[in-house]
Structure formats: C-alpha cells, structure tokens
Design a protein around this ligand. Structure first.
Ligand code: DAH
Length: 345
C-alpha cells in the first residue's frame, strides 16, 4: 500500500464535479460502493503489516469521511437547484374556495319549531324509529284489529309476533316513552322521522318527519291546548295569524281536533295555496285520552294533558310554498341551494 494511492483518490475527490443527481449517485458508487476505490483500499489495508497499520489507518478513515461529506454536499446542492428549476407555483392564482353547504329546509323548520317550544319550557325527547306495536298503537288506545290502525299503513318488521316490531308511523310513540320515563308534570316535544306504506306522490311519501308535543299536569284543559297552539302559530307564521279548530278523531285523544292557520299568503282572501279557503291545515291535537294515561301508569283522575302532532314537510311546504313534497327527498342541489340564505330563528 502506498501513500500516493490515498493522495490520488483525495485529488480525484477534490476535482469531482457533478451535473445531476444521477452523476452524484455514480460517483458514490465509484468511491464508496462495494467495488469502489475506497472500499478496495480498505481491502488492501487488511493485508499490510502491523507496523504499517498505524501509518495508513488514520488517512484511510479520513479519506472515507471526506468522500461521504463530498457526496452529501453535492447531493444537497443539486437537490436544491433541481427543485428550484422545477415548475413554479403561480402565486397570483385565485385560491380554491370552500363551498359551504346549508341546512336542509326540513331541518330549518324542525329547529324553528323546537326553539319555539323550548321557549315555552318544553324538553326535547327522541325515541326509536324501529318500534314495537305496543308503543305505536296499543298504548295509544288502538286495540288489536281496530279499524283506526288503517289510518296509518304500517311497515312491519316481524309480523305475526304478539308485539311485532315495525317502523313507527308517527312520533306519538315517543309520548308513550316519555310518560313511562319522565316524572310529572311532563312538557315534552319529540321531533323525528316516521314511515308509512304510502305510494309516493306530490302530497305523500313513505318517509317523512313529525314533531309531537305532550303536556301533562293537574288541571290541564282544552283552553290550555288552544292557547299553546295559538302562541305557537303566531311565533311560527307571524303575529297576525289566526287559528281555527275543527273536530276530528284520533284514538289517543278525546276530544280531538285538527288545527288550521289563516293563510299567510293571501291573508284570508283565498289563493291556490289555501285552495281558496283562506285556511291551511297544520296539525292534529286533542286532550290525552284517559286510557292512554292509564296505560302508562298515570292517574287520569288526578292528571290531564294535551298532545299535538304535525308534519314538518307540510309546514315547510307552506312556509316556502313548495308544491311537491318529493323535492325534500331528492337532494337536488338546485333546490337545496334555494335555502342557503333562509333565515334561522
Ligand atoms: N299521530 C298523529 C298522526 O300521525 C298526529 C297527532 C294527532 C298527534 C293528534 C297527536 C295528536 O299527539 O294529539 O297523524
């Protein structure tokens, strides 16, 4: 082994110039690779005499460090300049804008209704969409096989069972769950999705949304019901709104009524939305039937209450004069964007 051999490689390294990263890699292999010149010198070093080891060991190690540093230096500077010469960002380009979604009209109406009743002191409750016959019908005073069940065409999940599972046809089932769970007095509002086996049309759908309300205390009367609905209607449709109640029938309330509000489009003159009558039907209601109280363990001699239920799609249709219920389910962005500026109360 000769000192000149080492010196020769040092000079080579000092003179080394690379144009590309590929050249740097070739240089690395040439000097430091398995068959590289420095590796070869280390091989040779193994064969030198003991006395000579001290003489060559240090310069050899220094040579290796020099080669590693040189390769790294070349690699770093070329990587930088290659990145700098690549395609540059155009900093004057406009940024990507984030398109904000908006609330669905049914959600807007639900929030308005819930907020109004919250102000009146009602709690919000939810119940399961897959319910049993007991909570949807039986506890609400629909005896088995009673024709009133035909008012709500039901999707059964486990028909034939004594208490079959089904998709709830109304949120009145949550009334029952509230009466079972909550302590008296009860003031509760229950928004939720309901299901009926209806042919889909402009006026009906197999999935829609309701809000149910229930108030139970001592001495609750029909006058309280009327006042609660009137206050709600004025908050929802404007301070001049009038209501009228028509006698109706629901198995779970006695007496029962349907409520109309004065048409806020024609103000009673008659238009195509109110079909010339000046009135729009918005909900069903009544005094909770004593049988319903009894079924949930509430003493009808001591307590009385009222309940009401309304369809959210129907209220949203009236509010924005939408004439086809199906728009609410099709997720057509052209329709949904119409509500991006809808004011929330
Ligand atoms: N559950 C009824 C329906 O789906 C709506 C309803 C009417 C709810 C009268 C009530 C009520 O609580 O008192 O048609």
């Amino acid at each position: 082994m000769k000192k000149e051999d080492i010196q020769q490689v040092i000079s080579e390294l000092q003179a080394l110039k690379c144009e590309t990263l590929k050249d740097v890699e070739e240089a690395r292999v040439h000097f430091l690779g398995k068959k590289g010149v420095i590796t070869a010198l280390f091989e040779e070093f193994r064969t030198v005499d003991r006395e000579q080891k001290a003489e060559f060991g240090r310069p050899l190690n220094e040579l290796k460090q020099l080669a590693i540093a040189k390769v790294e230096e070349l690699r770093d500077s070329l990587a930088l300049s290659e990145a700098a010469s690549g395609p540059r960002e155009d900093l004057s380009m406009p940024g990507d804008t984030l398109e904000l979604g908006s609330r669905h009209p049914v959600s807007i109406v639900r929030k308005e209704i819930v907020d109004i009743f919250r102000k009146f002191g009602y709690d919000v409750a939810e119940g399961p969409e897959i319910e049993d016959d007991y909570h949807v019908f039986e506890a609400l005073n629909f005896p088995p096989n009673h024709p009133a069940r035909d008012m709500q065409d039901t999707f059964f999940i486990s028909a034939g069972h004594p208490n079959p599972l089904l998709l709830r046809t109304h949120t009145s089932s949550v009334q029952v769950r509230a009466m079972e769970k909550m302590s008296l007095p009860i003031r509760v509002i229950c928004p939720g999705r309901v299901f009926r086996n209806e042919a889909i049309s402009a006026r009906a759908h197999c999935i829609f949304h309701q809000v149910e309300g229930l108030y139970i205390d001592e001495n609750v009367t029909f006058a309280d019901l009327k006042q609660a609905i009137l206050l709600f209607a004025r908050e929802m449709f404007g301070p001049d709104t009038q209501i009228r109640m028509r006698p109706s029938y629901f198995p779970f309330t006695e007496p029962s009524a349907e409520v109309d509000v004065s048409c806020n489009i024609c103000h009673g003159k008659g238009c195509n939305i109110c079909k010339g009558t000046g009135w729009l039907e918005i909900l069903g209601c009544g005094m909770v039937d004593p049988n319903v109280l009894k079924a949930s363990g509430i003493d009808p001699e001591k307590y009385s209450g009222f309940a009401f239920g309304m369809g959210l799609e129907r209220i949203a249709m009236l509010k924005w004069q939408v004439n086809d219920l199906r728009h609410y389910f099709e997720n057509d962005l052209r329709f949904l964007r119409e509500f991006s500026t809808a004011v929330e109360v």
